[in-house]
Each structure stands twice: as C-alpha cells, then as structure tokens.
Design a protein. Structure first.
Lengths: 316, 226
C-alpha cells in the first residue's frame, strides 16, 4: 500500500465532489446561452448550497429515522461511487478495489434509500415520485449493466482501470460494440440523472416530476446534501462516459505533469460533454412518462446490440 | 485479439455491417414515416460503402459497379421516389407507430441471436474476412420481414421490403463476393420496377380506401363498421 496512491485517491474524490456543482452550473450556462437568456454566475450552485446548509431543517411530525438518515446515506453512497471512478488518474488503490458492478451497486443503494424516504412521510407526491423512480431505474439498470458487460467483454475485465487501459491501447475507435455501448450509455445517463427527455430537473410541475417529487419534503442541510448528491451523480456518469469511451490523455502515473495534462484535458472534455447535453436538452422536449419504457428499451437494445456485435463480428 | 489484428479498412467493413444492423433496428421502431425513409437511404449508403470496401479487400473490380448501382438506386433513387410519394400524399407529419415497440425490439434482438446461431456452420466454411457478417445479413433480412408484418402503413411496409432486399444483396456481397453481374443487374432492375409498381399500388390504395393504412384492407365490407 503506497501512501501517495491513497492521498491521490482522496484528492481525486475531493476534486470530484468540489467540481460537481460547477459542472451543473456549466450545463445551465450553455442552456441559457442557447435559449437567449442571461445565465447565472458559475458560482451560483455553491451559494445555493451554502444557503441551504445554513438553514434550519424542518422535519415532518411523522418522519421516521429513515427520512433523517437518507440524505447522509445517499450522499455517502454517491461519494463512494465517485471514489471508485477513475477521474484523472488510473493509478489509485480505490479503482483497483472495486469494479463497474460495485459502482452500479452504489447507485442502486442511493436510489433505494431515496425511494424509501420519498414514501416515508406519506405524502402523495413522495410515493408517486418513488414509484416513478423505481419504474425508470428498473429499466435503466439492466441497460447500464449490459453496457458494463459489453465493455468488460472487450477488455476481458470488469475493473474500470483495466477497461480504460485496454480501450486506450486501440488508437482508433473502430469497434462497433463500443459505439453501440456508448450510444446506449448516453441514453442511460439521461434517464438515470433525470435530465430532459425523461425528467426535468428544473421544474416542480407535479404531473411530470420524478426526482423532485421524492425530495419535496426535504429542507435545510438535508436538501443541500441531496442536491449535491444529484449533481455529483451527473458528474460521475459524465466522467464514466468520457473515460470509458474517450480515455485518451488520462494519467497513468502519479507524476505532476501527467496529472496536470489529464486535469486540463478532462476539464475540456467535460465542457464539451456539458455543451452537448445542454444542446440536446434544448432541442428535445420532455417525453410522456409512458414513452420512457420505449426510450430505455432502446438503450437496452443498443447495449445488447453492442454485445451481440462483439460476439458476432469481433470475437471469432 | 482477433478484431484488433485486422487492417483498418477490414475493421471498417465490420463496423459498417454493425451500422447497417443498427439502422435496421431504428427503422423497425421509428414512428415517423419520413424518418423511416431517410433511415432507409442511410442504410443503402452504408451497404454501398461496405460493398466498395469489400471490392477493395477482395480485389474484385466488378463489385465497384454493384456498389455504385446500390448507391444510386438504394441511397438516392428509391428514397427519392418514396419521398416524392410522401410529398404527393402529404404524409410529412404522418405517424406509423407500432402498438408494442418494446416487444418488436425484443423480438428483433432474439432474431439476431437466432440468426447468429443458425449461420455459425455457414460462417465456419468461409475464409473471407466477411464470414462473420453473414449473421448480420440474415438478421437484416428477417428484421425486414418483421417490419413487413408489424407496420400498418403501405409506405413503411414497402421500406421494410426494400430493407429485406438490402439484406439479401449484402449477404451476396459478404458471402460470395457478389453474384454474377447479370444476376445483380437483373435484381437491381427488379427492385427498381418493384418501387415503381408500389407507387402505382399506393395510388390505387389511396383511391379505393382513401388511406394508406393496409390494416383496413383486412375488412371485406365496404361499409364502416357501426
């Protein structure tokens, strides 16, 4: 166990957590530009979080321990997910411990407690949001796992660092299985992080909301943690998509120069990814809830098609 | 590993074959008639590009002619013909949604697995680089058939038929490096004639039942049901 590796893992996680609101603000800014509106400052999410943290927590009379525990559990689980995701370097002990299936497990854990908390208070909205969230995730999770299996078959490993190294070794991305997996994963990201065709993160319209409905009863630092967790989840998914399907430039050693280059490249790629996401959200309209299964089935088909392409075209 | 040892253009052949499969899946479930026709044009383009690459790979100059013919007919002329009908019948906003898109998609996936399994012995006999593509070709043929039975509007059914023909052509290119030129020319003109006949068929359909919805043909009575 080398202490530098652990230090690097800690720093990387801190950077992950600190950069998450900034990424959300960047997407909002691009969206504002595209829609001819004046964007808020890039620091606005941080101010919001500070405001929420300093506010008093208002709890419902019948809130059980689950309701109070959930923000910490969700925030913790997403931070754990961020810890095992390679961000700017592959050379950390945390990425060696866990693989992509554990990562999916962390997300599932967070979602499970969020849905429980949504139902805990007993309001109609909480239960509705929880049931919708579970419907969406029950379809998104198989697609996500199928994507994981496809890239694992290409790399012969489910460990994220090994997968990324093996994809990095091919100079040109010609493998159709990876294209399909990437396309499917993009659809999964949109569904899992509650972005526009599936859910709208910026409204509280009762008929359409999913994620917002579950956290409607939260206030103060609890709400701050849940919002931060949602932003972090989006960043983790974005980094996963970038690092698995476009890993060139990621640092392999803990030298200062590769780390600096990797950080700069990652910032550029994230800005590009955010721009694409914002453009997609501007162009697309939110789909009906009953169309979401078709959307996610398409994601599943793409990921499964990727695996079939690997078996049919690439393996033998 | 097998795939990464291939030359770049050989990888491109396999990747394009996968793109053809992807486009077929999208055509299978896309609700808008106009988009289905455009997807069909892209599929024709992908098949033509693959044929040209196979011609380069196998050093078979006559395949360039097939590629050109496919490009002109499948990627430009037939989509143009269909788009003109869309113009004439004013189908720009027309939808042809499947009643169970999820089931159709899943059935499609199962068909691909089935095709892979059945073509394994065929693929084992072949030595060409494209021996793995056979399963994809057969899936495109079967998916075209699924499109024929799952769609309700005549235009999308015709696109399904043409997609099926694309799959057959693709199989001929992949397995035997193209059929004799005479056969290919004959098939190409057959498809062309079919496209034109379908146009006349649309006109008659429109005149007699005032719609392009073929599910209404299954009713024998001319009167509307109460």
């Amino acid at each position: 166990m080398n202490p530098t590796g652990w230090l690097l893992a800690l720093l990387q996680t801190l950077l992950f957590v600190a950069a998450a609101p900034l990424f959300g603000a960047w997407i909002k800014r691009v969206k504002c530009w595209l829609q001819n509106r004046r964007p808020p400052s890039l620091l606005q999410p941080y101010r919001d979080l500070r405001r929420l943290f300093s506010k008093q927590v208002v709890l419902a009379e019948h809130a059980s321990v689950i309701f109070r525990l959930t923000p910490y559990l969700v925030f913790g689980a997403i931070i754990m997910a961020a810890t095992v995701t390679p961000f700017i370097t592959l050379d950390t002990p945390t990425t060696a411990i866990a693989d992509a299936i554990v990562l999916t497990g962390f997300f599932a854990l967070a979602r499970f407690f969020l849905a429980l908390a949504g139902m805990d208070i007993g309001t109609a909205f909480g239960g509705m949001g929880a049931s919708r969230e579970m419907t969406v995730s029950a379809l998104a999770e198989p697609a996500m796992l199928m994507m994981v299996f496809t890239v694992s078959m290409v790399a012969s490993s489910t460990n994220l660092a090994t997968v990324i190294t093996s994809i990095e070794h091919q100079m040109v991305m010609t493998r159709p299985s990876l294209w399909f997996a990437a396309l499917g994963f993009l659809l999964v990201i949109v569904a899992e992080t509650g972005r526009i065709p599936v859910d709208n993160p910026s409204t509280h319209l009762e008929l359409t909301m999913i994620h917002e409905a579950m956290i409607l009863e939260y206030s103060g630092r609890h709400l701050a943690m849940l919002e931060w967790a949602a932003q972090l989840k989006l960043l983790v998914y974005a980094v996963l998509a970038i690092n698995i399907f476009n890993p060139w430039g990621i640092a392999h050693s803990d030298g200062l120069a590769p780390l600096a280059i990797a950080t700069a490249l990652m910032a550029g790629k994230l800005m590009l990814f955010g721009t694409l996401l914002a453009a997609a959200e501007t162009v697309l309209a939110k789909i009906r809830l009953f169309q979401v299964p078709v959307f996610l089935m398409l994601a599943f088909t793409l990921a499964l098609g990727g695996m079939l392409c690997f078996i049919i075209l690439e393996a033998g | 590993m097998f795939f990464s040892q291939l030359a770049l253009y050989e990888q491109a052949i396999l990747a394009l074959a996968a793109v053809v499969l992807l486009l077929t899946f999208l055509m299978l479930v896309h609700p808008r008639i106009l988009s289905v026709i455009k997807l069909f044009a892209w599929q024709g383009l992908a098949v033509a590009a693959t044929t040209a690459l196979v011609a380069y790979d196998a050093n078979a100059p006559h395949l360039y002619i097939s590629a050109l013919l496919t490009l002109l007919l499948k990627a430009f002329f037939i989509p143009w013909l269909l788009l003109r009908m869309v113009d004439r019948f004013d189908l720009h906003q027309e939808l042809d949604s499947l009643s169970h898109p999820v089931l159709v998609l899943f059935g499609g996936i199962i068909l691909v697995v089935f095709c892979y399994h059945t073509t394994l012995p065929v693929a084992a006999q072949l030595t060409a680089i494209t021996h793995n593509v056979v399963a994809i070709c057969m899936s495109v043929v079967l998916l075209g058939m699924v499109m024929l039975i799952s769609r309700r509007k005549a235009v999308t059914q015709v696109v399904g038929f043409m997609a099926l023909e694309n799959g057959l052509f693709f199989a001929a290119v992949a397995v035997t490096e193209g059929m004799p030129m005479v056969v290919e020319l004959g098939v190409a003109f057959d498809v062309l004639v079919a496209a034109i006949i379908f146009g006349i068929f649309f006109l008659h359909l429109r005149q007699s039942i005032d719609s392009l919805d073929t599910s209404r043909l299954s009713r024998l009575s001319e009167r509307e049901r109460d």
